[in-house]
Ligand binder design. Structure first.
Ligand SMILES: [Zn+2]
Ligand SMILES: [Zn+2]
Length: 245
């Protein structure tokens, strides 16, 4: 019997022992790691018109042309070439993000990263490397894992490119509680260092993070990567904060 057929039978046996279940509510599903329809419909997926550069969703009823940009991108202030997010940060996405980030619920990574791949569908990009936003070592030791690396795995696999999780290092800075957007940009300035610039030079880099609040983290990563000679920089997150206009 060939290895392939053996593998198929083994997977069937595993599926019999551990039937696929929705990672949120445990309802039966077709494929391991997928959400059931009810849980899927609770998220506010970004599937309408959005900024061609940063993916910011336009208000309901607004019908822009295909390359319409938000005011920030139109003024050339975005540090990244493109950004996309799968859904909006709200009570539902928060109820998944917090246990994923701080409670060890790493089983959420599969559906989150698949949703992020879906969010990139309108972009014809070909990254050379996928780079999770690094954690400071002290946080990595406390948490035991970097949630962005868990998300980056499936995304790198989808593009058939390697993950780079050591070219950029992050210094430890204590959290300061609630911050304004301006304070976030100030707080993160100078926190990243490129340890291996030769791995960055002329590369198209897809940055991966779980959530985007002000965009300060991506902007600062992009600033140091461009200084190190990166060719293009894209970013993708599971959810992003969208403030009411
Ligand atoms: Zn469910
Ligand atoms: Zn934009």
């Amino acid at each position: 019997m060939s290895k392939k057929i053996l593998c198929k039978y083994f997977n069937k046996f595993l599926g019999f022992l551990f039937p696929p279940a929705c990672p949120i509510c445990s309802a039966p599903v077709e494929i391991h790691g997928e959400l059931c329809g009810d849980c899927w419909s609770c998220f506010d997926w970004i599937d309408g018109p959005h900024c061609a550069i940063c993916g910011y969703p336009f208000p309901d009823g607004y019908e822009p042309n295909a390359n319409a940009k938000c005011p920030v991108c139109a003024s050339g202030k975005n540090e990244l070439d493109f950004i996309r997010a799968a859904c909006i940060y709200d009570d539902m996405s928060r109820s998944v993000m917090l246990p994923f980030k701080h409670g060890g619920r790493i089983k959420f990574a599969k559906f989150m990263s698949r949703a992020m791949i879906w969010a990139l569908r309108d972009l014809d990009i070909k990254p050379d490397i996928v780079m999770p936003v690094p954690l400071a070592n002290r946080r990595l030791f406390q948490r035991g894992y970097n949630q962005a690396t868990l998300l980056a795995r499936e995304i790198a696999h989808a593009y058939s490119v390697p993950i780079d999780f050591d070219s950029v290092h992050r210094k430890y800075r204590p959290n300061m509680g609630h911050k304004t957007n301006a304070q976030r940009f100030e707080h993160i300035r100078g926190v990243f260092d490129v340890a291996y610039p030769e791995k960055i030079l002329d590369k198209k880099i897809l940055l991966v993070d779980d959530v985007m609040t002000s965009g300060a983290t991506f902007a600062e990563m992009a600033r140091v990567l461009r200084r190190a000679g990166a060719a293009e920089i894209y970013g993708v997150v599971f959810c992003r904060v969208v403030r009411a206009e």
